[in-house]
Design a protein around this ligand. Sequence first.
Ligand SMILES: [Zn+2]
Length: 156
Amino acid sequence: MKQHNKRKEQQFGLCGQQKDMKKFLKEFKQFAVRGNVMDMAVGVVIGSAFTAIVTSLVNDIISPLVGLLVKTDFKDLVIQVGNVAIAYGSFLNAVVNFLIVALVLFCIIRAINRMHEIGHKGKEEPAPAETKICPYCQSEISVKATRCPHCTSQLE
Ligand SMILES: [Zn+2]
């Protein structure tokens, strides 16, 4: 009899574990397919692709063009302090690079916002009214009606 009870307990224990596992998997599924996780994944992927575009635009096109006009490579600027080399030129390069990236990004965002505005302006034209309110019974009726279908009043 004692042994039987023990076996039963074991069975219950197993059942509990399976239930926990199921709950765990269910929670994991909810977490993984939750809308904002997917949105975030898309955002990260698009973001890194966008980064590649901006980096290439800056490194391959803008920076060489700027380099034609002014010397923008300060790599050689180094101060020797004792045995330590302070490569402040590299730091300047990083700053200039950041400014160019920020400027390019600003121009791209501005262009995108402009396009947004143009797209919205086209849509925001109000549709011509198809209904009016009868001044006698306040019902909504066709704008072309000369007589109200609700209260039969003559309209101008
Ligand atoms: Zn009416």
